[in-house]
Design a protein around this ligand. Sequence first.
Ligand SMILES: [Zn+2]
Length: 292
Amino acid sequence: MIDFDKIVAIDIHTHAEEPCCGHRDDGYDEFQAGMAKYFKNPAGAQGMLPSVQETAAYYRERNIAAVIFPVDAERETGFRRYSNEEVAQICAENDDILIPFASVDPWKGKAGIREIRRLVRDFGVQGFKFHPTMQGFWPNEHQFFPIYDAIQEEGKIALFHTGQTGVGSGMRGGMGMKLKYSNPMALDDVAAEFPDLKIILAHPSFPWQEEALAVCQHKPNVYIDLSGWSPKYFPEILVKYANSLLKKKMLFGSDWPAITPDRWLADFEQAGFRDEVKQLILKDNARRLLGV
Ligand SMILES: [Zn+2]
């Protein structure tokens, strides 16, 4: 078990990037290379992304707990997914430091709902990651509501990518990815329809930062994670809200391995956050949200 009093922070947003099944799908390496270029992450460019086991060791060394998840976008990308069960299993073996989330492509419908319930009940999964752009869906369409219903009933968290993305960035046609789906305003509908579903809007939501702040301010069940960007580049209004109105709703996240917590935390110190707010963002808000 994680000793939440002893750890220094909770990173709410890290990725399990291992490709599935031994050999990689066509285009998977190019996709990862595009991401690496966007984030200026040399490990990704060389196909040297860390395994979940290596991620656990890295975080353990720093005494930081980490939420980790794969992304299932099989329908939209054609890339076979990394098994949720396998990720959860490695998390269980490293339960002093890792917190398992999972990802189920929302287009899987009833089979997806069955999987969500099984992952919560049999594998201790604490939340689910969605990526509207990479999964190619409007999160506020009714056909996806039964999925949120299941997550809400299980009392778990739904984390949504918002704003621009490294996925497909600079590739021909952006790899077919459409940015519009990641407008956080679509999640205002979800937060209204599912008032007991805990929702995280991931990342500064450029070019819809103010939309994200409005949704988070208006809906008690919505949080914002600050992953995917160095705090050096945070818009002023985001820091302003984090320091005041939304100080209990903001969460530390890195987006490992795209951005390392070392870099994020160093830049966070310089980004104008008030001292009493830093502790809330780094740990206390996540504890409340996770119920630990
Ligand atoms: Zn991410």
